[in-house]
Design a protein around this ligand. Structure first.
Ligand SMILES: *Cc1c(COP(=O)(O)O)cnc(C)c1O
Length: 386
């Protein structure tokens, strides 16, 4: 940056207020810092936010939640799970954790989400589940994804890391008929707990299994409730589980963040609308949007350089960086990542849409702590670059 420039505008920042800080202090002073009353409250507040009939299990990451969902559904060795190449590596990692084989397919350019026709082509007798990702907060075509799953008799587990709150045909993600839906509270997501995630499901038995597996396979509830002759120190290991529980320190942040969800979302929508207006005349393809723009969570705002534009994505990003603006690329697709590419022999020509988004896409800053003046800087810098 040159001298005299305003401060660097980061690509993303968490929005933590005095309420979160006070709640964390209260948790620390309470003497109960691991999974306890605040996790319970965070789970019930989160379930209430989505609606009735939702079971919520708090975990220490969305990655953990996705793994637990696959485990609870019984996915294992010999099974295949279909997901998108255009995602963060965690979406595919969990398929391997479960011992199954990831099958990566292309996206559609009108949503940047998994292509239902590409799913249909890859369903085999071994396919056990589909993991759609609501990319950037745009809802996947869940009618088609769920129809594929229903026809094949397999499960849908939604990666909703970007999708708080996203609606599909007016219904909140997390309340559709999928086996489970998993949200992330990583630092850059719509709400944060530092690290954390929430598995939600309408299936009480799946929730019960995920909860037991999230803490070493310990079952206190069902067994002890009916046996008053056991002392309070008694518990049973009913299976080999994991260590995926959320702490009350994290839940303390979450309890206060969740109260701000609507305000945060309104701010993200306003930023997206402003970008839409001010970038409309530039040689850019603006982000796809659902019929009702407020159904989009606007976790990301990704513009694509038009094909006829000579300048490339790296040049634009480095010019914006010189002007003090942080941008990013979502994502380096999995078929371009050495591990996935080499392990599964993936060929970029099979993923033309993902490849196009990767080569020409730029994620602009969009977060609640940005001011109107910050956004004006992004817009005028982008105009200068193009
Ligand atoms: C952030 C993210 C995850 C992982 O979330 P964690 O809470 O960090 O485990 C998974 N999928 C997508 C698409 C993400 O963006």
């Amino acid at each position: 940056m040159k001298g005299g420039d305003p401060e660097y505008l980061p690509f993303a920042l968490p929005d933590i207020g005095p309420e979160e800080i006070q709640e964390v202090i209260a948790a620390l002073e309470s003497g109960w810092i691991t999974t306890g009353p605040r996790v319970g409250r965070f789970e019930s507040d989160f379930a209430a936010l989505l609606g009735t009939g939702v079971h919520a299990v708090a975990v220490n990451s969305a990655t953990a939640g996705l793994h637990l969902a696959l485990e609870a559904y019984g996915i294992g060795a010999g099974n295949e799970v279909i997901t998108t190449t255009h995602t963060f590596t965690a979406t595919a990692d969990v398929i391997r954790y479960a011992g199954a084989t990831p099958v990566l397919v292309d996206i559609d350019l009108d949503s940047y989400c998994i292509s239902p026709s590409a799913i249909a082509k890859r369903i085999s007798p071994r396919t056990k589940a589909i993991i759609p990702v609501h990319f950037g907060g745009h809802p996947c075509d869940m009618d088609s994804v769920c129809a594929c799953a229903r026809n094949a008799g397999i499960a849908v587990v939604e990666d909703a890391a970007h999708a708080l709150p996203t609606r599909h045909r007016g219904r909140l993600i997390g309340t559709l008929e999928s086996a489970a839906t998993v949200f992330s509270f990583y630092a850059t997501k719509a709400i944060t707990t530092g690290e954390g995630g929430m598995l939600v499901t309408g299936d009480a038995e799946l929730a019960r299994r995920a909860r037991i597996m999230s803490l070493h396979g310990i079952d206190r509830g069902t067994y002890l409730r009916h046996r008053s002759d056991h002392p309070s120190w008694y518990y049973e290991i009913v299976t080999a589980g994991y260590k995926y529980n959320m702490t009350d320190i994290s839940a303390a942040i979450g309890i206060q963040q969740i109260r701000k969800v609507q305000r945060f979302h309104a701010r993200r929508c306003a930023i997206a609308e402003q970008y839409d207006r001010d970038l409309a005349n530039l040689p850019l393809v603006l982000p796809p949007r659902p019929a009702n723009a407020a159904d989009h969570a606007w976790h990301l705002y990704v513009v694509r350089l038009r094909d006829d534009l000579r300048v490339n994505r790296d040049e634009v990003i480095s010019k914006l960086h010189e002007k003090g603006i942080g941008c990013s690329v979502h994502y380096v697709p999995l078929h371009q990542q050495p591990f996935w590419r080499d392990r599964y022999g993936l060929d970029p020509t099979e993923y033309p849409n993902s490849q196009k988004l990767y080569e020409r896409g730029i994620s602009l800053p969009i977060y609640t702590r940005m001011t109107d003046a910050d956004q004006e800087r992004v817009i005028s810098a982008l105009k200068a670059c193009l």
